[in-house]
Design a protein around this ligand. Structure first.
Ligand code: AMP
Length: 343
C-alpha cells in the first residue's frame, strides 16, 4: 500500500493525519530528539530515525522509503535543511508535486521571473546602489523572515551590512546575495491553493496571515518611542492567523492562482501539481501586491486541520491541505496515473 512520508517538522502532523484519514500508510523521518513528540500521535505508522534530516539521501534510507512504497511530501524543512541541490540530484524517491519548481522558489531571480510570467503585479528589486525607496532586504536562505531588515537608501544599507559583518552575522561580500525588494505597505494575506493536474481544477483551500515579530508588535508602542529608541521591525514568523477575505476580492484571488498555474505550466514542466501559496499584501488602494510564492505546502495550512471556510464550501467533510494531497494520491492510483502527480 502507498505510504505517505515526510520529514518530522513544519506540517508533518497535518500531512500524516490526512494520509490516515484517506486510508494510506504514514511514515515520518524524524530526528531522534523529536521521536517522543511524534509517538504521541496514533496516526503515524512507521518511523525512520535520523540525527539530521540530510541523512534522507543515504542509500539505506532511500531503500527503506522505496520498500514502503513511499510518496515523499516536500515542505519547507526539506528545502532549508536538506538543500535544493541534494533534493534535485541525490533524492530518488518519488516526490509528490513538481520537485523542479522548488528551485524556482529558492532562487530569488527565478522566482521573480515566474511571478512576472504569471502577469502578477510585480514589485521592483534593486541592486544596493540603486535603492531609492523603502525596501525590505531578504537574506539568502533565510527561514521564516529571519534576518530581514528595512532600508531606504544605499547608505543605510551599507551601515547595517557593515554592522552585521563586524558582528560576524554575515560574511564580507555576502551582501551580493541579499535580495532587495521594494517594500509594499499594506496588510499581509497568504492564499493557500491546491491545483489538481488530474481534474485541472484550482481550489482555494484557505487563507491566512502570518504573525510576525516584531513587525506585528509595532502598533503597541507609541511612534515617538519607536523613533526615540531607533528600533526597526523584524519579520520572524511565530505563527499564523486565519483570515476570510471580503467576498468581492475572491474572484481576483482565483485569477491570481490560475495565472500562476498557467505560467508554471509553461516555464517549469510538468507545471504546478498540488499545494502552493501566493503571498502578498493589500495596499492602501485595496490592490493585491504579491511579493513571494511557495510552490509546496505552507505551514499556514496547519490552521485548517478541520477544514477552512473555503474548503468547507468545496467538501462536505473536513479537508485539510494534507488530506487533499492524500486524496489526490488515491485518485491518481485509482486511475493508474501516478506519473501525473509525482516527479
Ligand atoms: P517572505 O520570507 O518573503 O515571505 O517575507 C517575510 C515577511 O516579510 C512577510 O510575511 C511580510 O510580512 C514581509 N515582507 C516580505 N516582502 C515584503 C514586501 N515586499 N513588502 C512588504 N512586506 C514584505
Amino acid at each position: 500500500m502507498t505510504t505517505v512520508s515526510t520529514l518530522g517538522s513544519h506540517c508533518a502532523l497535518q500531512l500524516l493525519k490526512g494520509a490516515k484519514d484517506e486510508g494510506l500508510n504514514s511514515l515520518i523521518i524524524t530526528k531522534k530528539s523529536r521521536e517522543s513528540l511524534y509517538r504521541r500521535f496514533p496516526f503515524i505508522d512507521n518511523y525512520i530515525l535520523v540525527d539530521e534530516f540530510k541523512e534522507i539521501i543515504k542509500p539505506e534510507i532511500q531503500s527503506q522509503l522505496k520498500d514502503s512504497e513511499s510518496v515523499l511530501i516536500p515542505h519547507g524543512t526539506l528545502i532549508s535543511e536538506v538543500g535544493i541541490e541534494k533534493v534535485e540530484k541525490d533524492l530518488n524517491v518519488p516526490i509528490f508535486g513538481n520537485k523542479w519548481i522548488l528551485r524556482w522558489e529558492s532562487d530569488r531571480y527565478l522566482k521573480e521571473k515566474l511571478m512576472k510570467a504569471a502577469g502578477l503585479r510585480s514589485l521592483k528589486s534593486f541592486k544596493p546602489e540603486e535603492i531609492d525607496r523603502l525596501c525590505i532586504v531578504k537574506l539568502p536562505g533565510a527561514a521564516g523572515g529571519k534576518g530581514y531588515f528595512i532600508v531606504s537608501s544605499y547608505d543605510e544599507f551599507r551601515k547595517i551590512v557593515d554592522d552585521l559583518i563586524s558582528r560576524g552575522s554575515v560574511l564580507p561580500g555576502s551582501e551580493e546575495d541579499f535580495y532587495i525588494q521594494e517594500y509594499s505597505v499594506g496588510v499581509p494575506v497568504y492564499f493557500q491553493y491546491f491545483y489538481s493536474p488530474i481534474t485541472k481544477n484550482l481550489e482555494l483551500l484557505g487563507i491566512d496571515r502570518r504573525y510576525e515579530t516584531s513587525a506585528d508588535a509595532f502598533g503597541r508602542i507609541p511612534s515617538k518611542h519607536q523613533l526615540a529608541s531607533n528600533i526597526s521591525p523584524t519579520y520572524v514568523v511565530v505563527g499564523n492567523i486565519p483570515l476570510v477575505l471580503r467576498e468581492s476580492l475572491l474572484e481576483e484571488a482565483f485569477l491570481i492562482g490560475a495565472q500562476f498555474v498557467k505560467a508554471a505550466d509553461k516555464l517549469v514542466p510538468p507545471g504546478m501539481i498540488g499545494p502552493f501559496c501566493i503571498e502578498g499584501v493589500y495596499d492602501k488602494d485595496g490592490l493585491f501586491i504579491p511579493f513571494e510564492f511557495s510552490a509546496r505546502i505552507v505551514a499556514g495550512t496547519n490552521l485548517y486541520l478541520n477544514g477552512s471556510p473555503y474548503s468547507t464550501m468545496l467538501y462536505n467533510e473536513p479537508m485539510s491541505m494534507g488530506r487533499r494531497i492524500s486524496r489526490e494520491i488515491n485518485l491518481a492510483k485509482k486511475k493508474d496515473i501516478m506519473h501525473k502527480i509525482l516527479t
